[in-house]
Design a binder for this molecule. Structure first.
Ligand code: SF4
Ligand code: MG
Length: 316
């Protein structure tokens, strides 16, 4: 289908007092079709959350553009901006910190309805109870406070809040990372169910590939503010091209003990370089097991090396 979101050469640079520039997001290109789930993966500090926040315009971009339904998000003003804010919502990583402890669950969920003046009285109450039901809670929960709920339940409340104004697009920033492993799959399944029922499009941010496997149609892998590989979920797991993706995949345990025993682990040497002082050439070269002399000399171009499969690496 047509892309609902097109991110073109998006850049979010922070200029620090020392005269240094932190290139948190550097020339990011992503296109997401309506109804699709795009998983964005990378280690902490790679810029994935900053990318999400710049796309939804919690941060102003310092370069490039974000087109949502064909409109440049960073140029919207007034009513148009208000309308955009209705169509794109965010679910945050920490369900403990992101819910106001002094508000009832009902008021938290209805906040968007109140801000946009979309429902009041009986209709508002009705909407809240429908939303609680949609996320697997019930209407009695509306009068309670966030501290009365478990982490998984709080994330369900966060999801209900995001859904209240019927957005088309949800950016979920590590929505399951803070949850117990036993609860993670339930929350992923909830995202999938809601997508099916409501035709939602997701940008699903995570720090490891295991978390996005079952929800993403396509996946992008980020390293030091840049995308290093993008392809379909199946293709990425079956045929990872970039050495960084290969190392991330090799770190995921495989349930079959026979396969697990004979498998080769790729252990990366060294720390992630400071984004304030990235290496010359390929940003991954200081940890790459396959680095060659040319990797220090020039930055590999991000290009389509197989149909629908993009990567930035001099091996291809
Ligand atoms: Fe490794 Fe060179 Fe490819 Fe970078 S360009 S990922 S250093 S082989
Ligand atoms: Mg983050």
């Amino acid at each position: 289908g047509n892309p609902i979101l097109e991110v073109r050469d998006l850049q979010k640079h922070f200029h620090l007092g020392s005269g240094k520039t932190l290139k948190a997001v550097d020339k990011l290109n992503i296109s997401i079709a309506s109804g699709e789930t795009f998983g964005l993966v990378g280690e902490s500090g790679c810029g994935k959350s900053t990318a999400g926040r710049t796309i939804i315009r919690l941060y102003e971009a310092t370069g490039g553009e974000v087109l949502f339904n064909g409109e440049n998000v960073h140029k919207l003003r007034g009513n148009k901006l208000q309308e955009f804010r209705r169509h794109m919502q965010m679910v945050f990583q920490d369900p403990y910190a992101s819910l106001n402890p002094r508000m009832t669950v009902g008021n938290i969920i209805a906040e968007g309805l109140d801000i946009h003046g979309l429902a009041d009285g009986k209709q508002r109450k009705q909407r809240v109870s429908e939303l609680l039901d949609a996320v697997g809670l019930n209407e009695e929960h509306a009068s309670r406070f966030p501290h009365e709920f478990s982490g998984g339940q709080r994330q369900r409340i966060g999801i209900a809040r995001a859904l209240a104004i019927e957005p088309q697009f949800i950016i979920a920033d590590e929505p399951i990372s803070a949850l117990d492993v036993s609860v993670q799959a339930q929350v992923v399944n909830l995202f999938k169910k809601l997508q099916k029922e409501r035709g939602l499009t997701y940008l699903f941010i995570a720090h490891d590939l295991a978390m996005v496997k079952h929800i993403s149609d396509r996946i992008g892998v980020m390293y030091l503010g840049k995308l290093v590989e993008v392809t379909t979920s199946e293709e990425l797991y079956a045929n990872p091209l970039h050495p960084y993706t290969q190392s991330l995949l090799s770190a995921i345990p495989i349930p079959d003990p026979e396969v697990e025993r004979t498998r080769e682990r790729i252990i990366l040497e060294g720390e992630i370089p400071s984004p304030l002082n990235p290496p010359s050439g390929c940003p991954f070269r200081t940890r790459c097991p396959k680095a060659m002399p040319e990797c220090a000399a020039s930055m590999p171009e991000f290009k389509e090396v197989q149909p629908g499969h993009f990567t930035a690496c001099h091996l291809y």
